[in-house]
Design a protein around this ligand. Structure first.
Ligand code: 5GP
Length: 196
């Protein structure tokens, strides 16, 4: 997605060889028009799959899951990073290690929102080590729902996440794929064109 690559080039701050900050338009302050466009793009790519639910993880996946769910006209649900007292005992849960925060936390999702009849599209902001998405994929597997694919806004292709997901046979679509980055320079992998 060219418009996304351009925003990353213009506004992204490359903090190190592995961490990209996009707080001005994706992760902290959010450009809602771009978020809607991202949702439409994921929608286009998964339109024929009869998705029944979009799944993400709080907090920074929510706006993209919502935009995608609006486009596909289905509900979205997000895994919580802390189990709320209101969630009760009926939850799926999985451990996730965050390499940006250096901590492991337990994510959880009420069982009633993911059921065997669901066809699920997982959406998240970044694909890095894949830990968050593998945790979500494990929950989908446990629920008996079908995981149709994963949509990531930004993939850092030099990290292991895509490989881990593909090893599990999961279809991965990323809208901007970063081949390499270092302060002052960023290289994207050019995707094949999608024709509809
Ligand atoms: P993963 O589990 O694939 O390592 O990364 C999961 C989460 O870490 C992403 O959803 C994202 O919130 C955060 N993350 C990973 N890499 C980056 C990065 O380079 N920049 C930012 N801002 N967040 C990242």
């Amino acid at each position: 997605m060219k418009v996304l690559q351009e925003r990353i080039r213009q506004e992204g701050e490359i903090l190190s060889d592995t961490v990209l900050k996009v707080d001005s338009f994706l992760n902290h302050q959010v450009d809602p028009m771009l978020a809607l466009e991202i949702g439409r793009e994921f929608g286009r790519r998964f339109r024929d799959e009869q998705i029944t639910k979009v799944l993400t993880i709080e907090a920074s996946g929510i706006q993209f899951a919502m935009a995608t769910a609006i486009d596909l006209q289905v509900p979205f649900v997000y895994a919580k990073k802390k189990k709320a007292i209101t969630q009760g005992e009926q939850v799926f849960s999985a451990p996730v290690h965050s390499f940006t925060k250096g901590e492991t936390y337990q994510i959880s999702l009420a069982r009633k929102y993911l059921t065997p009849g669901d066809k699920v599209l997982i959406v998240d902001d970044f694909l890095a080590t894949g830990a968050a998405l593998v945790g979500l994929a494990d929950m989908v597997a446990e629920s008996g729902a079908e995981l149709v694919g994963v949509g990531c806004v930004i993939e850092k292709s030099f990290q292991e996440g895509r490989g881990l997901l593909e090893e599990r046979g999961i279809r991965v679509h990323s809208l901007a794929r970063i081949a390499s980055m270092s302060p002052g320079q960023i290289e994207f992998i050019e995707e094949e064109m999608y024709i509809y």
